[in-house]
Design a protein around this ligand. Structure first.
Ligand SMILES: [Zn+2]
Length: 181
């Protein structure tokens, strides 16, 4: 049994129970995995912001995964900058590492990432069956490579609105001290 958990919306401690709490909630977050696993789930109730969390353990697993993904993204984006080394390093290897800072690109493995081949990646981007947010990762790294080319149309506001925290972290780490090959 989980003993304590913070509200994912406001950070206040939640009241935990094994039975579904009564009452009206303005917000409900369901973290119960599908198909549901055979175990007792714990509900979390936040009175401060009227939130009900269904399956606190699953929520915490997701949060932990997201923390690991964020640290990994920052790490890789930093490494990419170090490899670029103010233009004295290997800019192709730096682009490969920057692309890998985006977990969607690590998972999908589109062509053109290693070895870095922007034309191949751009070709993939034009006809890929991937989500808008996944495509935005490729579009971003291509715009770093050539901001004056066709990839210069990368829309940071649209990307940031759709990206998860790990993708945003990779972008922010690059933007903190941007570099252009
Ligand atoms: Zn709350």
């Amino acid at each position: 049994m989980i003993r304590e958990a913070a509200c994912p919306r406001c950070g206040e401690p939640m009241v935990l129970s094994e039975n579904k709490p009564e009452g009206e909630f303005r917000f409900v977050e369901r973290h119960r995995e599908t198909p549901p696993v055979a175990r007792d789930i714990v509900y979390g109730r936040c009175d401060a912001c009227s939130l009900l969390v269904v399956d606190v353990a699953a929520m915490e697993r997701t949060q932990q995964q997201s923390r690991d993904d964020i640290l990994d993204a920052i790490d890789r984006a930093r490494r990419a900058r170090a490899i670029f080394d103010r233009g004295h390093g290997d800019s192709h290897a730096a682009m490969t590492e920057l692309a890998r800072a985006f977990h969607a690109l690590r998972r999908i493995e589109p062509p053109g990432i290693e070895p870095w081949a922007p034309d191949a990646l751009w070709g993939w981007l034009q006809q890929a069956a991937a989500s808008r947010h996944e495509l935005a990762c490729a579009h971003f790294v291509l715009s770093v490579w050539d901001s004056r080319g066709p990839a210069g149309t990368f829309d940071a506001m649209a990307a940031l609105a759709g990206w998860d925290r790990a993708h945003r972290a990779a972008f922010i780490e690059w933007a903190r001290e941007p570099w252009w090959p």
